[in-house]
Design a protein around this ligand. Structure first.
Ligand SMILES: Nc1ncnc2c1ncn2[C@@H]1O[C@H](COP(=O)(O)OP(=O)(O)OP(=O)(O)O)[C@@H](O)[C@H]1O
Ligand SMILES: [Mg+2]
Length: 355
């Protein structure tokens, strides 16, 4: 090990939100991200199907001179939903109004936002699956008929005054498209689903970001970082910043393969993007439970975490990578998990997945 922590950095970060491979971002990080956000559709890397379809929708609307249909963007955190919403507004030359499901407590809050919209504006509703039901119903009407009923007064004396709205474009973003009620989903004329990025696409994201940060990133370092970024541009950009830190403090400033590997070792991100918790779960599964099946609660206690943390923070990526299986009898390690940990399974594992 190196001398470590001379710079006072605490590497014993908690597993959940602050973990370096978390797909979500906190406020501070969102500020760092803003500088790296592509502004135009042609700067947006990858997602060629969605980009192409969206480009048609936008160009057609521009040619006709009216507001495009409402757009729903779905997909896991950190893949570019907010970025695309901003791009939609800028490609249309329209201003963007931002709100979110959790920010709208009452239908009245949404009515206030809607009734202040100007013609052609883009209304971005983040985490739209978290809108409260009454607000959702108000939104249906606004999206379909460009109308809201503004309720004045209270109780028996209350009355609804219909108010017509200028044409606008709603852009909804959600990580949980399945939670959206069908009537709401149906009111979006275009739905784009974002998928995890290939290593090649992440390399392009990284090279672009390095350029914006004013650093030169060696191609083999880009490929090393991309391979550890779990298909997610947000994680790629975050790892890039950590590699830059390492290069500045402990290296010679160059972002080469040596710097990438050393920095990511400090942050305990392994060659396929697993962090300490991911590896702890897999290691416990293989070495303590002979590869399972073992119940989630037992597995969680063994690694000293809450079941929920293991289930929502570690497992999705392990499952996606084919390292862990969820079976009715519990969690099992796949042959790939044993191989990744450099361990030999105690007996033939093949039959576990047949049931
Ligand atoms: N296609 C892309 N090309 C280049 N950079 C991208 C791309 N997609 C995302 N990014 C970068 O990744 C970061 C996260 O993207 P964004 O905030 O749009 O994700 P999100 O899908 O809205 O995530 P969340 O669900 O957490 O809100 C941004 O800094 C953005 O610059
Ligand atoms: Mg977002």
């Amino acid at each position: 090990m190196d001398g470590g922590a001379a710079d006072g950095t605490d590497f014993s970060a908690e597993f959940a939100s602050e973990r370096i491979v978390a797909a979500g971002a906190d406020e501070l990080e969102r500020a760092a991200e803003a500088a790296l956000r592509p502004r135009r559709l042609d700067e947006f890397v990858g997602q060629s199907v969605v980009r192409d379809q969206l480009s048609l929708v936008l160009q057609a609307a521009l040619a006709r001179g009216n507001a495009p249909e409402h757009v729903l963007l779905s997909g896991p955190p950190g893949l570019g939903k907010t970025t695309l919403a901003m791009i939609i507004a800028s490609e249309l030359g329209a201003s963007l109004r931002v709100t979110s499901g959790p920010a709208i407590q009452h239908a009245g809050d949404l009515a206030a936002v809607l009734s202040s919209l100007e013609e052609g504006e883009v209304l971005f509703i983040d985490e739209i699956h978290r809108l409260a039901r009454p607000a959702e119903e108000l939104l249906y009407m606004a999206m379909e008929d460009f109308r809201v009923d503004v309720v004045v007064g209270k109780g028996a004396g209350a009355s609804a005054i219909p108010l017509s709205l200028p044409p606008f474009t709603a852009v909804g973003a959600t990580t949980r498209a399945g939670l959206l009620p069908a009537p709401l989903r149906d009111r979006f004329g275009f739905t784009g689903h974002l998928d995890f990025y290939s290593a090649d696409e992440l390399e392009r994201v990284l090279v672009r970001s390095a350029g914006l940060l004013g650093v030169v990133l060696d191609p083999d370092a880009a490929s090393e970082i991309a391979g550890r970024s779990r298909g997610t541009p947000r994680i790629a950009n975050r790892l890039l910043r950590r590699v830059r830190d390492w290069a500045q403090v402990r290296g010679d400033g160059g972002l080469d393969l040596r710097a990438a590997r050393a920095a990511l070792e400090v942050y305990e991100v392994d060659p396929i993007g697993l962090d300490r918790l991911d590896r702890a779960v897999l290691t416990a599964l293989c070495t303590r439970f002979a590869g399972g099946p073992v119940g989630l609660a037992t597995l969680a206690v063994t690694v000293g975490e809450e079941s929920e943390t293991v289930e929502t923070v570690a497992e999705p990526y392990l499952v996606r990578e084919g390292l862990l299986g969820r079976t009715p009898r519990g969690r099992v390690a796949t042959p790939a998990a044993w191989a990744h940990l450099g361990l030999t399974p105690p007996r033939a594992e093949g039959t576990l997945f047949d049931g």
